[in-house]
Design a protein around this ligand. Structure first.
Ligand code: ADP
Ligand code: ADP
Length: 233
């Protein structure tokens, strides 16, 4: 079953003086359980597309459907609620709160929920264990290596068990050894059921994905996936 369907996605950045068409009629589908690498030259639209798939950015036009829900016309509040439930984000910059411990950072997405503090802690511990950091929950980000900080960020992204995990250059700030470790972790999380879309500049990681979607000048030139049965969307 398709977890993500994107139809005729166009995106224009309009700075007033001139408009830039970052995505031009992008069509794609991603199945539940897939691990997709989103690649292409700098400026080809990868981050924009990822942000649209993650319901952070509203496309200028086109339709996005995730897990059977048409998110195209949701209001800001509904989009935020949708993101909390469905999407985990990992970025190149770890975006950890420097004055919170690793465990507290992982708990952040749960703080707004009705889950009890005790259960929040348990879930956060479990997520830290999944990334191999159960012993380091009490540390501040500055007391962790870069590789460990990225793994904390991944634990935070999955603590809610979102069906969709989006990663924008998750290994971009890491050395080879830590990059490989993060990739092994993502592969493992995918096997545990998270659908993953990952932007990467590293061709060595492309074979780890089930599929490579390649963008060029705002259009998909490879790997869009089979689009839908008649009548869908
Ligand atoms: P990639 O992730 O492949 O490097 P992006 O999606 O970041 O590409 O950007 C696609 C194009 O849109 C680029 O030419 C970029 O300069 C432009 N762009 C991205 N963000 C903005 C913005 N906020 N305002 C104007 N142009 C932007
Ligand atoms: P990595 O192999 O992940 O790059 P490092 O060689 O940077 O790890 O660090 C080795 C160990 O030292 C890690 O377990 C990490 O937790 C710890 N460590 C790294 N930086 C700091 C720091 N600034 N303060 C305390 N412990 C640290």
């Amino acid at each position: 079953m398709s977890l993500i369907i994107a139809k005729d996605i166009c995106h224009v950045y309009d700075s007033g003086e001139r408009a830039y068409e970052a995505l031009k009629k992008v069509n794609m589908s991603i199945s539940e359980g897939e691990f997709v690498a989103l690649v292409g030259p700098s400026g080809s639209g990868k981050s924009t597309l990822l942000s649209i798939l993650g319901v952070l950015t509203k496309a200028s036009s086109g339709i996005v459907q995730i897990d059977g829900i048409d998110v195209t016309n949701l209001g800001e509040e509904e989009r935020a609620r949708f993101r909390r439930e469905y999407v985990g984000f990992v970025f190149q910059q770890f975006h950890l709160m420097p004055y919170l411990t690793a465990l507290e950072n992982v708990m952040l997405p749960l703080v707004m929920t009705s889950i009890s503090k005790k259960e929040q802690k348990e879930k956060a511990r479990l997520a830290l264990a999944k990334v191999g950091l159960e012993e380091k929950g009490h540390r501040l980000p500055a007391q962790l290596s870069g590789g460990e900080q990225e793994r904390v960020a991944i634990a935070r992204a999955i603590v809610n068990e979102p069906p969709l995990l989006l990663a924008d250059e998750p290994t971009g700030a890491l050395d080879v050894a830590n990059g490989n470790r993060v990739m092994a972790l993502l592969t493992d999380l995918n096997k545990q059921g998270h659908t993953i879309v990952m932007v990467t500049h590293n061709p060595a990681y492309e074979p780890l994905a089930h599929r490579v979607i390649r963008l060029q000048d705002g259009a998909i030139v490879e790997g869009s996936g089979s689009l839908t049965r008649p009548g869908e969307v």
